[in-house]
Design a binder for this molecule. Sequence first.
Ligand SMILES: Nc1nc2c(ncn2[C@@H]2O[C@H](COP(=O)(O)OP(=O)(O)OP(=O)(O)O)[C@@H](O)[C@H]2O)c(=O)[nH]1
Ligand SMILES: [Mg+2]
Length: 301
Amino acid sequence: MSNHTFKSGFVSIIGRPNVGKSTFLNRVIGQKIAIMSDKPQTTRNKIQGVYTEDEAQIVFIDTPGIHKPKHKLGDFMMKVAQNTLKEVDLVLFMVNAAEGLGRGDEFIIERLKETKTPVFLVINKIDEIHPDELFTIITTYKDLYPFAEIIPISALQGNNVERLLEQIKKVLPEGPQYYPADQVTDHPERFIITELIREKVLHSTREEIPHSIAVVMDSMQKRDNGAIYVGATIIVERDSQKGIVIGKQGKMLKEVGRKARADIEALLGSRVFLELWVKVQKDWRNRSSHLRDYGFREDEY
Ligand SMILES: Nc1nc2c(ncn2[C@@H]2O[C@H](COP(=O)(O)OP(=O)(O)OP(=O)(O)O)[C@@H](O)[C@H]2O)c(=O)[nH]1
Ligand SMILES: [Mg+2]
């Protein structure tokens, strides 16, 4: 008789902005399904990444970084992050080894105390600290919450990520394979494409611009020549921001388009023509109707 059992479950990744949650997800999945940047509040939606092995399937849920919301979009993001806590088998609470414990971390720990779900503390970015510092970090957090495991990793360089996966598999229950082995995410290609465009704008701009933009897809068609034509609009909040995103003689927009196209071609495995537009939509982050139009739907928590 075979004693092989299939293990599966849902694991959410939660933490302050910029600690490396999406970087970790992409590394585990081996594909870029969540955009990453050095700007806080990069992730805005819940993003599922499916990791499948012969005897286990882990459905990771990347969430927006926990911060104090300043507008309706922020409220939405916080609900997304907090609501995932209830529906998972395990929580990975990720912190940045190179930053001290902050108010955001304390807030998250209070939320964790309200759930019965087991929690692993994942100390990320250990490549940025001296190994001797690790002990102090572990002691600080250990006193605040009874973590089931404490695992230091570098999502960027890959250190200890395998070990973390092993520990996760140990605590997962026996269960079915929820997704086909070749499916890596539940988000449609359209969503990932608009996110890749947003990522390139985040990489090219500073200050308020990264937080003020949204990207919507206008059209996507396969033409007879086999190439895929994508038309998308970058939404900004003010005329001045429109000018910045377009750049002198359209230079910035061209650069964003060139970089996004390369990523979209890799995603679709096909030649891509990308046409980008920029549109001003005043105060869109505070208007429920705009939030819905741009894909932030309350029923998609
Ligand atoms: N040195 C170092 N940098 C890292 C590591 N992991 C992530 N980063 C960097 O940290 C920054 C933030 O990474 P993200 O993955 O976008 O962080 P996040 O937690 O998803 O951020 P939000 O979506 O804003 O909540 C990026 O510049 C990453 O390259 C790591 O292990 N070491
Ligand atoms: Mg993220």
